[in-house]
Design a protein around this ligand. Structure first.
Ligand SMILES: N=c1c2ncn([C@@H]3O[C@H](COP(=O)(O)OP(=O)(O)OP(=O)(O)O)[C@@H](O)[C@H]3O)c2ncn1[C@@H]1O[C@H](COP(=O)(O)O)[C@@H](O)[C@H]1O
Length: 106
């Protein structure tokens, strides 16, 4: 499963050298962070709409768009899926309620 994320992250890294006219990802990098963040916001909204009223197929499609654009965002910021997966690994065994309580004590 993570092979797919690693493979995609490799492509996103390589697209940093690509021509924006021949690559959607290179085009996003060229337009900059604000454009990438706008796409993330749009895809998040489309995912919510699909979850509320769409088919399973639409929800999977929109979630893929959302994941893809968040991976572009991470790559633009010098991060990758391994960073997010490490954070999720760290959270294993830590209840969300306990984590929230610990944050409130800070
Ligand atoms: N996984 C994806 C992927 N998912 C979604 N998209 C694109 O993300 C866009 C989604 O935007 P919308 O749904 O809003 O559609 P749109 O109206 O056409 O988009 P905009 O004109 O508003 O940008 C579409 O253009 C999709 O084609 C993707 N584009 C690329 N990839 C991967 O990235 C690789 C590199 O792509 P290029 O850089 O284009 O070679 C590809 O081989 C794929 O593996």
């Amino acid at each position: 499963m993570t092979d797919t994320l690693e493979r995609l992250a490799g492509i996103l890294e390589a697209r940093k050298q690509a021509d924006p006219d021949s690559s959607y990802v290179a085009g996003l990098y060229a337009k900059g962070l604000d454009t990438i963040l706008k796409k993330v916001g749009e895809e998040a909204t489309e995912t919510v709409i699909a979850a509320k009223g769409g088919s399973s197929e639409q929800l999977v499609y929109e979630t893929a768009d959302l994941w893809f654009h968040t991976l572009v965002m991470l790559a633009h910021q010098g991060l990758g899926p391994e960073d997010v997966l490490s954070e999720l690994e760290r959270r294993f065994g830590l209840s969300g309620l306990d984590e929230k309580a610990a944050r409130r004590q800070k």
